[in-house]
Design a protein around this ligand. Structure first.
Ligand SMILES: Nc1ncnc2c1ncn2[C@@H]1O[C@H](COP(=O)(O)OP(=O)(O)O)[C@@H](O)[C@H]1O
Ligand SMILES: O=c1ccn([C@@H]2O[C@H](COP(=O)(O)O)[C@@H](O)[C@H]2O)c(=O)[nH]1
Length: 226
């Protein structure tokens, strides 16, 4: 088990390429990286019928359970495992399942509001905003929502115009000012390679032999963050 030493937030509009960037980083760097999708922290809406859940504004910050996200991120930073909720986009709801996530050296927090909450910003060492034009994002989203998230074309377009676009302009896009790095177009190879190099440099600076095994001569402990 590790005490995370480097925490990255990856924000950006829907379809910008956040998940693709985060997955590429995690797949390349390997098991030192844990990916935390903020989508897993949408409020539990089990008290609503499916039809009512389709009417919810999922692009407003109030749609998320911030307290749980702060608490679980904080626990990881203290070296404690969490029981991360899971989200089902087809059902518009959290599932009953929880997945145990052990802390690793690098945490990647990814989602439209990764750079929104002041307390979470305090926990991030590197803030990334993936910036992709709105027309490209909506085209990507139509394809993804229809193929992967069980949606109809008309519903995707209505939702985009009624909530996704206005909330993006009001709440998501302004968080770009919190970014240290802006990645154009999502899976931008040059930018993603630089991000991976930065992470590998941070890991190397922490020591290649790093371990928290108390029986190891190389073991060490770090004080929890403020
Ligand atoms: N640079 C890129 N060029 C082309 N397609 C991309 C690029 N980055 C991401 N995509 C594609 O766009 C879609 C949405 O990307 P995703 O990472 O899921 O976006 P987000 O997580 O920001 O909603 C996916 O099908 C992904 O393969
Ligand atoms: O039940 C739900 C929950 C969320 N959404 C939409 O998902 C996107 C955020 O995910 P990305 O991977 O960043 O696109 C957000 O824009 C919500 O509108 C949903 O449709 N239903």
């Amino acid at each position: 088990m590790s005490i995370p030493s480097f925490v990255i937030g990856i924000a950006g509009g829907t379809g910008a390429g956040k998940t693709t960037v985060a997955r590429t980083v995690a797949d390349t760097v390997g098991e030192a990286v844990t990916r935390i999708p903020i989508d897993n922290y949408y409020e539990d809406l089990s008290h609503l019928a499916f039809e009512e859940r389709t009417e919810v504004n999922y692009d407003h910050p109030d749609a998320f359970e911030w307290e749980l996200l702060r608490e679980q991120l904080n626990a990881l930073l203290m070296g404690q495992p969490i029981e991360m909720p899971q989200y089902d986009f087809e059902a518009h709801n959290r599932t009953d399942e929880r997945v145990t996530v052990e802390p690793t050296d690098v945490i990647v927090l990814e989602g439209i509001f990764s750079l929104y909450d002041e307390d979470i910003l305090e926990m991030l060492d590197l803030c990334v905003y993936v910036m992709t034009d709105a027309d490209v994002r909506i085209l990507r989203r139509i394809e993804r929502d229809v193929i992967d998230r069980g949606r109809g074309l008309e519903g995707v377009i209505d939702q985009y115009l009624e909530t996704v676009k206005p909330m993006h302009e009001q709440f998501v896009e302004p968080t770009k000012k919190n970014a240290d790095v802006i990645i154009p177009e999502g899976a931008n190879r040059v930018a993603v390679d630089l991000l991976i190099e930065k992470i590998q440099a941070e890991l190397a600076a922490d020591g290649p032999e790093r371990t928290d095994d108390p029986d190891s001569e190389l073991s060490f402990s770090e004080p929890p963050r403020d």
